[in-house]
Write a protein that binds this ligand. Sequence first.
Ligand SMILES: Nc1ncnc2c1ncn2[C@@H]1O[C@H](COP(=O)(O)OP(=O)(O)OP(=O)(O)O)[C@@H](O)[C@H]1O
Ligand SMILES: [Mg+2]
Length: 147
Amino acid sequence: MILYIKSLKELQKLASAIAKTLKGGEILALSGNLGAGKTTFTKLLLKELGIKSRIVSPTFVLMVPYSSKGKTYYHLDLYRTSSFNEVSALGIEDLWGTKENIFVIEWAERIKKHLPKKTISFRFEVSPFKNSERKIIIKNAPKKFKI
Ligand SMILES: Nc1ncnc2c1ncn2[C@@H]1O[C@H](COP(=O)(O)OP(=O)(O)OP(=O)(O)O)[C@@H](O)[C@H]1O
Ligand SMILES: [Mg+2]
């Protein structure tokens, strides 16, 4: 599925629509160039999911967990690493099998071949015409989601 997002407001609507579909156990794999909008989308999504604390960059610690309403959301940013061993050492393979846990992984293309088949992937592309517009290619998009 390909979406054309015209503004941050529309990205917020997408985040809200995606948040409503999450039941637990999902892995969201975000990819796209520097400044494409992965972190912006993650912040909007986590806010939408009820996370009140400040969302910090996981670039140096790789993974930051947030809890809300009985679920734990793990935010990863793999910009600094392409090593699946390093990521695996965090224990993610045990965690992502469980219904309470939801993953949002920036620069997920770096571990693409290790991600489960059910992974929902979002590829962010900046419009060549307008800096506020994004093309977002979603694979394994949740069924029945409406913006
Ligand atoms: N429609 C839009 N969608 C997403 N971001 C937008 C949009 N319009 C403007 N922006 C701006 O583009 C920037 C996107 O930066 P962001 O940090 O989210 O990118 P990123 O993909 O996480 O990059 P990096 O890989 O460097 O971490 C933000 O400053 C955001 O405000
Ligand atoms: Mg980012």
